[in-house]
Design a protein around this ligand. Structure first.
Ligand SMILES: NC(=O)c1ccc[n+]([C@@H]2O[C@H](COP(=O)([O-])OP(=O)(O)OC[C@H]3O[C@@H](n4cnc5c(N)ncnc54)[C@H](O)[C@@H]3O)[C@@H](O)[C@H]2O)c1
Length: 379
């Protein structure tokens, strides 16, 4: 049967522009779906650079202004892969133009912007999804499935860390390509929106909502040169954050993120402890989960290391044979597969903008608590 084309308009050609383009190109080779993404147009401000990107990935055309891209009749879905401050205007314009909207995380700089986006998208009734890609790492999806089956019993603890070390030098600028993450205007926040947001999204998905929290945030380097002006400017982002939370199910949450943990490049780890069992997962060994099952007879009870590569594991039946592993990029392929399947079945892929807004609300609460030193209750 001929596949239905889904014409993609990609905004941004950096790290995520590449990760998503790869996913659109691969998905149809491995997942049998009614829809086939077509790389219709790529958009970036620099004409030469966007053309080079389009040639590398096979985009049919280019634009240098996202407003022109959004207006085009031959685009079905806008994919937002630009710094966080641009998400709100692009998403709202795309929704108003009747386009499906896919957006990188965090949806916005704060929940106020996020709520405007949700409103516009839901008013337009367009399909939408936010790329919290760790949900689509099969080992993480497996944890979600087993917890949802109730196999851990009552949950007591959820803890997650996301540790990096790339901004320790005071010479790293704020603003500009890649380092826009250090500019509060562009990013909205530091590690909270960038890293803890991933931990929180996975946590809300696996362990349910957060009731209240208290946080410590720190900015270790107070002034940095701005890449646009060359002038020193106060740093407005959080370099590190540590959070204590109560989940609505009564369990306790601990989250820590920093870009100052010397030696750690992207160490995302999570652990969940329940009455009958526990799980641990580590991004550096992303195909593996550690599982402890208390129902096993005492003599043989212990941590079990599961290599998540079997056909019966989530998404794995579509890839190679048992024992052969997947990488970071596959999480994005799975995201596209779920999005396309959602179009087919009418059951939207998760997280939608509305779901991703919950994570941004938690991020806002972390920043507020970091500022005031008080517990914040989530509404
Ligand atoms: N899911 C993840 O794990 C993950 C990882 C990295 C980044 N992100 C998110 O993805 C988004 C993009 O981050 P990135 O790492 O790809 O950034 P990047 O700096 O690598 O790329 C950003 C791109 O946006 C382009 N851009 C900037 N202003 C623009 C404009 N006005 N019009 C068109 N293009 C413009 C830049 O030229 C560049 O191509 C951010 O929201 C970020 O938080 C998510």
């Amino acid at each position: 049967m001929a596949k239905k084309p889904l014409n993609i308009g990609m905004v941004g050609y950096g790290f995520m522009g590449r990760a998503h383009s790869n996913a659109y190109r691969r998905v149809g080779n491995f997942f049998d779906l009614d829809y086939e993404p077509v790389l219709t147009a790529a958009c970036g401000r620099n004409k030469k650079a966007v053309k080079a990107f389009a040639d590398t990935w096979g985009y049919e055309s280019t634009e240098t202004d996202w407003r022109e891209l959004v207006k085009r009749d031959d685009i079905d879905a806008i994919d937002i892969c630009v710094p966080n401050d641009l998400h709100v205007d692009i998403a709202i314009a795309a929704a108003k133009a009747g386009k499906m909207v896919l957006c990188e995380k965090p949806i916005a700089r704060d929940a106020r912007e996020g709520a405007r986006m949700v409103k516009a998208i839901e008013k337009a009734g367009v399909a939408n999804m936010v790329w919290y890609n760790y949900r689509w790492v099969p080992a993480v999806t497996l944890i979600k499935q087993i917890v949802a089956e109730g196999r851990l019993g009552k949950i007591f603890h959820y803890r997650a860390n996301f540790l990096q070390d790339w901004t320790i030098s005071p010479d790293v600028p704020q603003g500009g390509a890649g380092t826009w993450r250090l500019d509060v205007e562009a990013a909205g926040s530091g590690v909270t929106g960038d890293l803890i947001a991933h931990c929180v999204d996975t946590a809300l998905w696996i362990n349910g909502g957060i009731r209240d929290l208290t946080a410590m945030t720190e900015t270790f380097v107070k002034k940095r040169k701005h890449a646009d002006t060359g002038k020193m400017r106060a740093v407005g982002i959080d370099d590190a954050a540590a959070v204590m939370a109560h989940f609505k199910n009564g369990s306790l949450g601990l989250f820590e993120s920093t870009r100052y943990a010397r030696g750690h490049k992207a160490l995302y780890t999570l652990e969940i402890n329940g009455e009958h069992g526990s799980f641990m997962w580590d991004l550096h060994d992303l195909n593996r989960v550690e599982w402890f099952d208390h129902s096993v007879e005492g003599r043989l009870r212990g941590w079990t290391s599961i290599l998540v590569t079997d056909g019966e594991h989530p998404y794995l039946g579509k890839w190679w044979v048992p024992g052969l592993t997947l990488g970071y990029e596959h999480s994005f392929v799975h995201a596209v597969a779920d999005f396309l399947k959602g179009l087919q079945t009418g059951k939207p892929a998760s997280p939608t903008f509305r779901e991703a807004l919950e994570t941004t609300k938690v991020c806002d609460a972390i920043l507020k608590s970091g500022e005031t030193g008080r517990w914040v209750t989530l509404k």
